[in-house]
Design a binder for this molecule. Structure first.
Ligand code: UDP
Ligand code: MG
Length: 325
């Protein structure tokens, strides 16, 4: 698609996993918001291996005559971020919006995000004002957002909010990069032109958030892998501190033994501890270094796509042809 044809076109990418109850309102509200744009648009619904009838619903939406919906069916469940990346691979718009299917972030904000992005921002993020999640979830978000801001040095205030706008160069760069992980973090690394807007946040109407124990734990691992070297560096700092403490303890004991005599050292038990700490610390540093090498090899090697698309429905429909003149 040429740049001129792309100018002024919008793609909305929505990852969907077992959201059948939310889909009717989602499709209707998203389409209504897009119609307000006065620009060409497409709405890409990525089915992330749903098992609750969502698939049939979004296929029907994509197959309707003149439909602006495109259904991208993944062959199994991959998770939110791989699903978004699969949607990106099919998106053709100049501005690409990501949105959650659970309607916690209002689709009505799409026109505002698009117009801010078109003012010249590469990424527009959203901050959830009056956050409608439990306190534990909010606390975890607060801590993680701070951590990510520190590690990446980028100022997005709310990495957990899926409603975001990306300009085409960012989407292309993400697709070309072999790195996989949490999309907002990967994307923010690619540009300085980022801004945030405040949006209102609604509680989830239907279905459960996947943010439950195991899933949350998996996300933490995801986060660690996306931030990649930061956890390893933390490990080596901890290792360094333990080794230093062990060394100081050894020195202190040598000194006290000289001053207070042989009995003081507890027949070598404490000396043993001092040695132990020193070596445990040194081992942690070595482990972190090894991890650092491994992560670099891993970075270069992972050429695999984040998700396998099984089928794209609506790709050759009139709406899509019109979208790509
Ligand atoms: N989602 C997905 N695959 C998954 C889990 C979630 O595509 O394996 C989608 C889900 O349908 C929703 C979005 O990702 O559109 C966010 O999921 P959820 O609301 O469960 O997460 P939370 O908003 O609680 O972080
Ligand atoms: Mg949600």
């Amino acid at each position: 698609m040429s740049d001129a044809a792309r100018l002024g076109s919008v793609s909305v990418v929505i990852p969907i996993f077992n959201e059948a109850q939310n889909l009717p309102a989602l499709l209707q509200r998203t389409e209504a918001a897009c119609r307000q744009l006065g620009l060409r648009y497409e709405i890409i619904l990525v089915d992330d291996g749903s098992r609750d009838g969502s698939t049939a619903l979004l296929c029907a939406a994509a197959q309707a005559p003149g439909s602006r919906f495109v259904a991208v069916l993944l062959n199994r469940n991959y998770g939110q971020h791989p699903a978004i990346m699969a949607g990106f691979s099919q998106a053709r718009g100049e501005v690409v919006i990501t949105l959650d299917a659970d309607l916690q972030s209002p689709p009505e904000e799409i026109p505002r995000m698009v117009s801010i992005a078109r003012e010249g921002y590469d990424i527009v993020g959203a901050i959830r004002a009056n956050r409608r999640d439990g306190w534990a979830r909010r606390l975890a978000s607060y801590a993680l957002n701070r951590l990510i801001r520190r590690v990446t040095g980028k100022s997005t205030a709310d990495y957990g909010c899926a409603l975001r706008a990306y300009r085409r160069p960012i989407v292309t760069a993400l697709l070309q990069s072999r790195e996989r992980g949490i999309v907002p973090i990967l994307a923010n690394r690619l540009t300085e032109r980022i801004t945030d807007i405040e949006i209102s946040h609604a509680p989830r109407k239907h279905g459960l958030s996947r943010f439950r124990t195991l899933y949350a734990l998996n996300r933490l691992y995801d986060l660690a892998a996306t931030l990649m070297t930061a956890p390893l560096r933390l490990l080596s700092i901890i290792g360094g501190l333990i080794a230093m403490a062990g060394f100081c303890m050894g020195l202190g004991m040598l000194l006290l033994r000289g001053l207070l005599g042989q009995v003081w050292a507890g027949d070598g038990v404490f000396t043993l501890f001092a040695f132990l700490f020193t070596f445990v610390g040194a081992q942690l540093i070595a482990l972190a270094l090894l991890g650092e090498y491994l992560s670099r090899i891993y970075q270069t090697l992972r050429a695999q796509p984040g998700a396998v698309i099984q089928q794209v429905i609506g790709a050759s429909s009139a709406a899509r042809d019109e979208f790509m003149p």
